[in-house]
Design a protein around this ligand. Sequence first.
Ligand code: ACO
Length: 324
Amino acid sequence: MSYAKIIGSGGYLPPRVVSNDELAAELATRQIETSDTWITERTGIRQRHIAEPGVTTSQLATEAARRALDDAGVNAEELDLIILATSTPDYIFPSTACLVQAKLGNKGAAAFDVQAVCSGFVYALATADAFIRAGRAKTALVIGAEVFSGILDWNDRSTCVLFGDGAGAVVLRAAEEPGILDAQLNADGSQMKILHAAGNVVGGQVTGDPFLRMDGQAVFKMAVTSLANSAQSVCERAGVALDEIDWFVPHQANVRIINFLGRKLGLAEEKVVVTVDKHANTSAASVPLALDAARRDGRIQPGQLVLMQGVGGGFTWGSVLARM
Ligand code: ACO
């Protein structure tokens, strides 16, 4: 039986950095009050990267994918599977995965998008793992990429300060040794109201509300409960004790959620990868960006055990436990 092993990673952030102070000053021109103090204390976010108008998810995704392929030493032609997680696709169709495939110069690989909002990367990674374990793919590219700035209501201070744009990617290859040990995905569609962008295109017109709306406190509660249960359950299934985890790479939405989870799971602060201060919440891109940052700065080493977790709209959540 084959396992899926992460053999490379890459990340890309659009160059424009917007600090909390800059954002607060910009919102103030529209009589919307916020401050660096409020944002930092409630969320841990200090800045975010924002794509220039016209920059698309496939562009960010392709940059991250190139860096991941380069890191893995894999040519795009070798890929037989491309899965891209996003809630901000370039088009209604074709999938953003197909657009990235064309930009990379690959022909023939299966390519499709996964839509699980901030859990998207974990969903995509678990899907690629299942393909590889089943012998249906050998070399897979898994990407999380978003231009969330395009679906934010910049007049709503309770949401617009929380998000940023970016892309992260990993390359997986079939291997005899793990690799990904186990994954668990869950959803509860009855909770869609707490986090959604309920717009639609009908007759060429957007109907409904195309902007992200969120009940922050409900999301906070749901996130900590579902992720704590998911971590315990995936570790139990894999026969791994929580204290054996070397690195915890959670979805980067809010440092308070991350700290609460780390404490609940008994994981030492030094084992938790945090990028939300620099990237804000990049939705499907947040976990691969954090993973890539910690691989590149030498924290995550080959052979170490990494727990990745996503949580977001749907409501969706999931965990992937991987030996690097
Ligand atoms: N600046 C200043 N004041 C603000 C801002 C802002 N940007 N946004 C809201 N406020 C005000 C509110 O109006 C409210 O004022 P009031 O007391 O006069 O009514 C006050 O701050 C408190 O608002 P709350 O919503 O109660 O603040 P809370 O402490 O819950 O923090 C937050 C809000 C940060 C959204 C928090 O609920 C949270 O982190 N929730 C988790 C959701 C999350 O991270 N979502 C990301 C996407 S989902 C995901 O990725 C899982």
